[in-house]
Write a protein that binds this ligand. Structure first.
Ligand SMILES: NC(=O)C1=CN([C@@H]2O[C@H](COP(=O)(O)OP(=O)(O)OC[C@H]3O[C@@H](n4cnc5c(N)ncnc54)[C@H](OP(=O)(O)O)[C@@H]3O)[C@@H](O)[C@H]2O)C=CC1
Ligand SMILES: O=C(O)CCCC(=O)O
Length: 487
């Protein structure tokens, strides 16, 4: 049993229109701790009907919510932020219990998510319009920005708290009521956020959580219901494409944060020790289950041996274990399915000639545990060159020239995050501009924060989360043309 200072944060019902509710059918599903396989909680299993009611409630709440002053919205968000921070230890424990990541990482995620709530409580005050010079003196042209309307989200299990915070904070700040469907592996963090929303004074209908295992049914209602004007998704590219297509029928505004295939390039003028540090954290945090994780590590031939040796040594030192134990760097993966997929990518690479630098692999600690792996001599013929690994496996590729590095890095349909280490200023500009990615970390392995625009290009999606740009996704531009000014 999970021990919490505030046990009220652990909920098994969903939160719709200010009420905690069971599924109409009475059905429930189990949330498992990936470290132990034990049931953490049994959760109400909602479906399309309850989703429709949440949308109706949100739609009803919209006029009064969008008409609150920005200051009122900011105050509520700010209270919510304070409550999240005050409950950080419990929220982190809930997160580790359902997701597996080490407790220190879970705490970092809670604070990271809370920072979006604080940021958008402030940014809401800076929703500006424009005045445009008119084509003739009898007119005045203006642009105002208004909330889009009801916003729905579907989010994954890898950041069960921060991915919701990153979407709901700008929505609510902009005046859009919000409905979240968390991943069925990790609904508890989302439900705990709703407890604190209620306490912060978020009005009924403005923040709703629909937890359920019937993702296609919940998603179909969210993407087809005409009352929903904005749909936002984080998850796999395949599901993102499907949901985007479903949204087309009612022309919803969408943002999609999809899969990545991040290159991490180490040039021969890099500070190798710093590059090793950056690559380790970039690759192995959250057991490699991050859409911005280094997926392909390219190392210039002159420094390849040194980097490979130092990186392998560091990877060997990472300690695998239950996220609740102290000193753990890498927790369990989310499911046995995820372990199997990772293992099949490693087997394919080894069969095609990859050299094992750190053996790792499935661990006797439990079915979801997978020890860090490092592979050398990897090539673009292996599946892990093209696919998102989403596990603690680091393939090292050798390259000779800057042009080759950029060409290989861009040789993918994805375009989310990229990283490179170099010191030459000319090279830094050339490579940063040459990489076809939404985000570039230069001499940095961790780039996400609430002030920066997070998002991708190509098949990694569209839209930006965080920063001042993140609010735009929840606002519509309205053009006003005032005539008769000369009368
Ligand atoms: N960009 C990113 O951050 C992420 C990328 N991925 C990539 O995707 C791979 C598979 O992970 P997986 O968890 O299966 O990712 P999915 O894209 O399947 O799941 C993400 C979310 O989408 C929901 N979902 C799934 N199918 C539908 C549907 N038809 N309609 C509506 N919602 C749906 C899931 O619900 P439910 O949980 O209830 O099934 C979950 O909430 C990973 O290995 C990784 O490569 C995964 C997660 C995050
Ligand atoms: O995997 C994701 O979708 C979000 C990554 C968040 C982060 O970089 O911390």
């Amino acid at each position: 049993m999970l021990k919490l200072t505030n046990p009220a944060l652990l909920r098994s019902q969903s939160y719709i229109n200010g009420q905690w509710i069971d599924a109409d059918s009475g059905a429930t599903f189990d949330v498992l701790d990936p470290a132990t396989g034990k049931v953490v909680a049994s959760i109400a299993d909602l479906g399309a009907n309850e989703t429709r009611r949440a949308i109706e409630a949100a739609h009803q709440a919209w006029p009064s919510w969008r008409d609150t002053t920005v200051k009122e919205r900011a105050k509520i968000l700010s209270r919510w932020y304070d409550l999240i921070i005050a409950n950080v230890d419990d929220l982190a424990a809930i997160l580790t219990a359902e997701q597996g990541k080490p407790l220190t990482e879970a705490k970092t995620e809670i604070i990271y998510g809370a920072n979006y709530v604080e940021w958008f409580s402030e940014e809401a005050k800076r929703i500006y319009g424009d005045i445009i010079s008119p084509p003739s003196n009898d007119k005045r042209l203006l642009v105002i920005k208004q909330s889009v309307g009801v916003a729905c989200s579907v989010t994954p299990w890898n950041f069960p708290s921060a991915m919701i915070a990153r979407k709901m904070a700008p929505a609510i700040a902009a005046g859009c009521p919000f409905i979240a469907k968390p991943a069925s592996e990790t609904p508890l963090s989302a439900l705990a956020l709703a407890v604190l929303a209620e306490e912060a004074g978020v009005p009924a209908g403005v923040f709703n959580i629909v937890a359920g295992e019937k993702a296609p049914a919940i998603g179909a209602e969210m993407t087809s219901n005409p009352m929903v004007r904005k749909f936002t998704f984080t998850g796999s590219t395949a599901v993102g494409k499907l949901l985007q297509a479903q949204c087309a029928a009612t022309m919803k505004k969408t943002s999609m944060e999809l899969g990545g295939n991040a290159p991490f390039i180490v040039f021969d003028d890099a500070d190798i020790d710093e590059a090793v540090k950056g690559a380790i954290v970039c690759k192995y945090r959250n057991a490699g289950q991050t859409c911005v994780c280094a997926n392909r590590i390219f190392v210039q031939e002159g420094v390849y041996e040194e980097f490979a040796q130092k990186f392998s040594e560091a990877a060997n030192k990472l300690s695998l274990g239950n996220g609740f134990d102290s000193g753990i760097d890498v927790g369990p993966m989310i499911t046995t399915k995820a372990v199997k997929k990772t293992e099949s990518l490693v087997e394919d690479a080894i069969q095609k000639g990859a050299k094992t630098l750190v053996a790792g692999g499935p661990s006797t600690m439990g079915e979801c545990f997978y020890s860090p792996v490092v592979l050398g001599n990897t090539t673009d013929q292996m599946k892990l060159f093209k696919e998102e690994i989403f596990g603690p496996v680091a393939p090292l590729y050798k390259f000779s020239s800057e042009e080759e590095a950029i060409r290989m890095a861009n040789d993918t349909e994805f375009g989310l995050a990229s990283y490179f280490y170099a010191r030459d200023i000319g090279r830094i500009w050339r490579v940063a501009e040459g990489l076809e990615y939404g985000m570039v970390g230069i001499n940095e392995g961790i780039i996400s924060n609430e002030r920066a625009p997070f998002g991708g290009v190509k098949e990694s999606g569209q839209g930006r989360e965080g920063s001042r740009y993140g609010l735009e996704d929840y606002l519509e531009i309205k053009y006003l043309c005032i005539g008769g000014i000369d009368k």
